[in-house]
Design a protein around this ligand. Structure first.
Ligand code: COI
Length: 378
């Protein structure tokens, strides 16, 4: 079926990611490329999360250490029905993207930050940490192997999903000794079916997503399972997503589940502070960095629903938008609370959302110079 060979890894030229420098190491990894390549989907009509590429990366943890990562043909895993992940949900993941650069080559956006955050999630879920440098190197190999799967139209990219789960076969509740780490990739367009059309969000005031001390800050699988009920409620009522409130007072907005949330009130861009129950979004952080560098006033603080509704009623709620790897920058055109609907910016995408979308995607695709050291070019 495939051809197995080992080769010396090519290390991309040194570059800065976030605030740290990449280490140059020279690992040998097994790369087993398939000869049975899939027929690619129509890159003009990708949607999100439907088509997986030809290969995946896997690495297994046992005896207190990670084995060497391997690139293998994409295929289902054989999983024991007693595997811990199937019962107790000890699983975490990440989301990042690779882009066809406007001037040739491939760009990745802040991949080191994703792996650093994965290690924080691993700590919270009592899972083993990954070696960030080594995992970055093997990710670069995977993306190179899948280069023909990276779409190049505006608004498209190769979504990269690293994940890790406990594979111990045991029905007692305890931390495991065996874990599988894997990365799959998937060409994508916009996360929301209506692309950049402003979304309608419903403020969920009964169920909660997470509380301080819980797992809300970790990118763990259970958080997303817990958020489905809000999403379903929103859909039944004709809205796109649920906006979660804090679990203690049910008064302050937190996040949407698939994205962090921002509001523009009186020209000031405000977003909920990272309280411990909100995901520390990398796109959130990038948006704040871009806004500050471009002279916008930003605040990270508690934002109550009362404040939002009062601002809307007095014409001071200028814009709302969400940020996330999958969602990029998604305008919010309407919020609904206790059955009452509040239109934002006439239901249209606002100036700041537009500026952020254009600048961020410009940097990600190499059309705009990256002054932040966020992109990695392969
Ligand atoms: C991402 O934005 O990458 C996420 O992991 C969110 C997920 C709901 C698609």
């Amino acid at each position: 079926m495939g051809e197995t060979f080992s080769r010396n890894k090519r290390v991309p030229p040194p570059h800065k990611i976030g605030s740290q420098k990449q280490k140059e190491n020279n690992i040998i990894m097994e790369i087993n490329l398939t000869k049975n390549k899939k027929v690619k989907p129509d890159f003009g009509n990708l949607g999100f999360g439907k088509y997986m590429s030809d290969h995946m990366l896997i690495a297994d943890y046992a005896d207190g250490a990670w084995g060497e990562p391997k690139i293998v043909p994409y295929a289902p895993f054989a999983i024991d029905p007693a595997s811990q992940i199937l019962h107790y949900g000890q699983g975490i993941f990440e989301g990042m993207k690779a882009y066809k650069s406007k001037n040739g080559g491939i760009t990745l956006f802040r991949p080191r930050d994703n792996f650093l955050r994965m290690n924080k999630s691993a700590e919270r879920l009592c899972m083993p940490k990954i070696d960030v440098d080594k995992t970055l190197d093997s990710l670069y190999e995977l993306v190179r192997a899948e280069k023909d799967w990276i779409p190049d139209a505006d608004g498209t990219s190769l979504y990269i999903r690293p994940a890790m789960f406990c594979s111990d076969v045991y029905l007692g509740v305890k931390t495991g000794a065996h874990y599988r780490f894997f990365i799959i990739t998937c060409p994508v367009g916009a996360y929301y079916a209506n692309g950049l059309e402003p979304t309608k969000i419903f403020i969920e005031d009964f169920y909660t997503r997470s509380s301080i001390g819980g797992t809300g800050e970790a990118k763990c699988m259970g958080n997303y399972a817990a958020s489905l009920i809000g999403q379903e409620k929103a859909r039944e009522l004709g809205f796109d997503q649920a906006l979660w409130l804090d679990a203690k007072d049910k008064k302050y907005v937190e996040e949407v589940g698939s994205m962090n949330i921002f509001f523009v009130i009186d020209g000031v861009v405000v977003t909920p502070a990272l309280s411990g129950s909100i995901l520390a979004g990398i796109t959130r952080d990038s948006a704040l960095g871009l806004l500050r560098k471009n002279g916008y006033k930003t605040e990270e603080r508690k934002i109550s629903v009362d404040e939002l509704l009062t601002a809307q009623e007095s014409g001071r709620l200028n814009e709302a938008f969400g940020t996330g790897t999958a969602a990029v920058v998604s305008p919010v055109g309407e919020i609904v609370f206790k059955g009452k609907s509040y239109l934002i910016n006439g239901g249209k995408m606002g100036k700041i959302s537009g500026f952020l979308y254009d600048t961020l995607t410009g940097i990600q695709t190499g059309a705009i110079k990256d002054d932040y050291g966020w992109t990695v070019r392969l």
